[in-house]
Design a protein around this ligand. Structure first.
Ligand code: HEC
Length: 183
């Protein structure tokens, strides 16, 4: 009993396929034209990922290529000691808001070690990269008990993340990100 039923079903399918195939051969030219006018209008990509402050793409290279999510993850290593929001205060370590462009060891109300107070530079991304590679070696005698972030791609992401979270603006001396002088 099953065999003839299957055969009929198969025949029905073949018939259906043959029929629709024959129909399709006629109209495609008519439908192609309106479809072509629809495609070139690209839907603007609205939802950027969580990137407060500066636009991610406007960060100086190579930070504009960094993996923000990786940076956010890597910041978990710091967040027991550092806050990044403006006015959110200090933990064991100083608040990092406005870090870029700030003199090292200069946040009012935080008791730095002599190592940081005596150091003399303005935080730029490349300083942070060296500091985070090996804090102890970069400013000997400092009190940040943290071994460092070994993987370069973790540091890249972390620094980009910090730029966005701490209100980065390009430091004079760095190539300005967006406003190159017009020739
Ligand atoms: C165990 C706590 C701790 C951890 C973890 C830690 N820090 Fe720190 N950090 C400190 C302390 C304390 C200081 C001040 C050091 C001093 O005065 O010698 C400091 C200083 C700094 C400074 C200098 C700030 C300034 O005002 O000049 C930066 C930048 C910094 N930390 C970034 C980070 C980042 C980024 C991470 C995570 C990868 C991190 N820290 C992890 C405790 C910590």
């Amino acid at each position: 009993m099953l065999k003839p039923v299957a055969a009929i079903a198969a025949l029905a399918m073949i018939a259906a396929c043959g029929g629709s195939g024959a129909d399709e051969s006629t109209p495609p030219a008519a439908t192609a034209t309106p479809a072509a006018t629809v495609t070139p209008a690209p839907a603007p990509v609205a939802a950027a990922p969580v990137e407060p402050g500066v636009e991610f793409a406007s960060l100086p290279a190579p930070y504009n290529t960094a993996d923000y999510a990786r940076g956010k993850r890597t910041f978990k290593l710091c967040q027991s000691c550092h806050l990044t929001a403006e006015g959110s205060g200090n933990l064991v370590g100083p608040n990092l808001h406005g870090l870029f462009g700030r003199e090292v060891g200069s946040l009012e109300g935080f008791a730095y070690s002599d190592a940081l107070e005596d150091a003399d530079f303005i935080w730029e991304p490349h300083h942070l990269d060296e500091w985070l590679t090996n804090p102890r070696a970069y400013l000997p005698g400092n009190r940040m008990s943290f071994a460092g972030v070994r993987k370069p791609e973790d540091r890249l992401g972390l620094i980009a993340y910090l730029m966005l979270e701490t209100g980065y603006t390009p430091v004079s001396g760095d190539a300005p990100a967006g406003d190159a002088p017009q020739p």
